[in-house]
Design a protein around this ligand. Structure first.
Ligand code: AMO
Length: 420
């Protein structure tokens, strides 16, 4: 009987006749013999035949007898194959997909993403992202969190009014959500512990290698915290879970990209903002990318950690929902997590009393009108709570060492790019 198998399963079927299905990845036509390399969802498989071969990216089913072959990918190949062509490409890819290295420049790759991403090396970062998200979910599920789904069309800005996309919502002004911030806080009142994996939108006017106009935010929020340190402990578990999942689910992508996974210390080192400023000889109210790099190097040197928490950011630099540090006026219970020189996560403890929100908004010259929907939750009693958001593309970029965040997302959106 003929059964369909995956390229990675050929060894289990030595001597049998099996069918594999996939795309023509590479072909080599010699005088008397031709080699056809088929790419399926888990790798490559070779078939040897005497006949002419369909062009690259043809979709094929190949039925053949599994024989050992030291030169073939995985050490096995299909002999005496019958090749059925299910679809033929109408054009040849405009750059070489069939070499082990990717020769094309990033803009070319992005312009041709639907076909370029089929290259194992270009696909691998996306596999790491998928495995990371699965691990994030697993870790938080284990800790009693509930996954939520919140609106991406919203009535007010959350992070700051400046970088929000406005849209026309049935004739009323509305915005694309910059963060699920308000909704995840409201849902703490419902489930106590929640998380969301979803797209967020930032009208970033800067053309940088670490900003996108749409990215995937891994958000969590939990109630009954003493302060931000309880949130940091959950974040540590989430990051450890993501790494464990990547190791388990995507070993071949890790291998292909030569990724060196970081170790997550039992307790990730933390440094207060004022100390971070002292170390980097700065008195600016925020950390620059250069300072973040210096601090990461310091953490590596002093603590052997590629992760570093920076706590106690100035209140003036955090959004109005941020909880102040009761012990240090002007400072907040907000933190960032730096990973390999880059801000990966922002989080903190939030205000939880209605009156505190009214005061916080007033002190920033804002009324409550635009936020009534949000503030409802706080009128009805909310526990002390906090949470965080981790940028998925930045995570994968730091894991893989990608110089540009655009290498870690299939169809990036930025200042210039709206297609494909
Ligand atoms: P913040 O605005 O700092 O915090 O965003 C959280 C994390 O999201 C990532 N990030 C981005 N990634 C790609 N492109 C961008 N333009 C971009 N902007 C941010 C970063 C960053 O650390 N509501 C708060 C989170 C919270 O307190 O729970 C927030 O959104 O990795």
């Amino acid at each position: 009987m003929i059964s369909r198998v995956l390229s990675a399963e050929l060894a289990e079927h030595a001597g049998q006749r099996v069918t594999i299905a996939g795309w023509v990845h590479r072909r080599r036509q010699l005088k008397s013999v031709s080699f056809l390399v088929v790419r399926d969802r888990c790798g490559l498989a070779q078939a040897v035949t005497a006949r002419d071969l369909p062009p690259e990216e043809s979709v094929v089913e190949v039925t053949g007898t599994v024989a050992t072959s030291p030169q073939a990918p995985g050490g096995y190949e299909l002999v005496a194959p019958e090749i059925e062509v299910l679809a033929e490409p109408s054009v040849a890819p405009s750059f070489d997909l069939y070499r082990p290295v990717v020769g094309a420049a990033l803009p070319t790759v992005l312009d041709h993403a639907p076909v370029a991403l089929r290259h194992p090396l270009l696909r691998a970062p996306l596999e790491l992202s998928a495995a990371s998200v699965a691990g994030f979910r697993e870790a938080l599920d284990r800790l009693g969190f509930t996954e939520i789904h919140t609106p991406k069309i919203v009535g007010s800005a959350t992070e700051s009014g400046a970088n929000v996309f406005g849209i026309d919502y049935f004739g009323r002004p509305a915005y694309l959500a910059q963060s699920p911030q308000f909704y995840k806080q409201a849902m703490v009142g419902v489930f106590e512990r929640v998380y969301e994996v979803g797209p967020v939108f930032r009208a970033e006017p800067h053309d940088t290698v670490r900003h996108l106009a749409q990215y995937t935010s891994l958000d969590a929020e939990l109630g009954f915290v003493r302060d931000h340190r309880d949130v940091m402990a959950v974040l540590r578990e989430a990051v450890a879970g993501m790494l464990e999942s990547v190791r388990r689910r995507a070993p071949s992508a890790l291998d292909l990209l030569g990724v060196r996974l970081p170790r997550v210390p039992e307790e990730i080192p933390a440094i207060h903002f004022t100390e971070a400023q002292r170390l980097t000889s700065s008195d600016e109210p925020d950390l620059s990318p250069a300072q973040e790099r210096l601090l990461s190097e310091w953490a590596e040197r002093e603590h052997g950690s590629e992760f570093l928490f920076v706590t106690g950011y100035p209140m003036s630099k955090r959004p109005f929902y941020t909880h102040p540090d009761p012990a240090r006026p002007g400072h907040s219970n907000g933190f960032d997590l730096l990973f390999r020189g880059l801000e990966l996560v922002t989080g903190g403890q939030r205000l939880h009393r209605y009156d505190d929100y009214v005061r916080a908004l007033a002190s920033r010259g804002e009324g409550t009108e635009a936020y009534e929907g949000y503030l409802q939750a706080f009128r009805y009693g909310m526990p002390p709570h906090g949470g965080f958001a981790l940028g998925l593309e930045r995570w994968t970029a730091r894991l893989t060492g990608a110089a540009n965040i655009r290498q870690t997302t299939a169809f990036p959106r930025d200042l210039h790019r709206l297609s494909p």
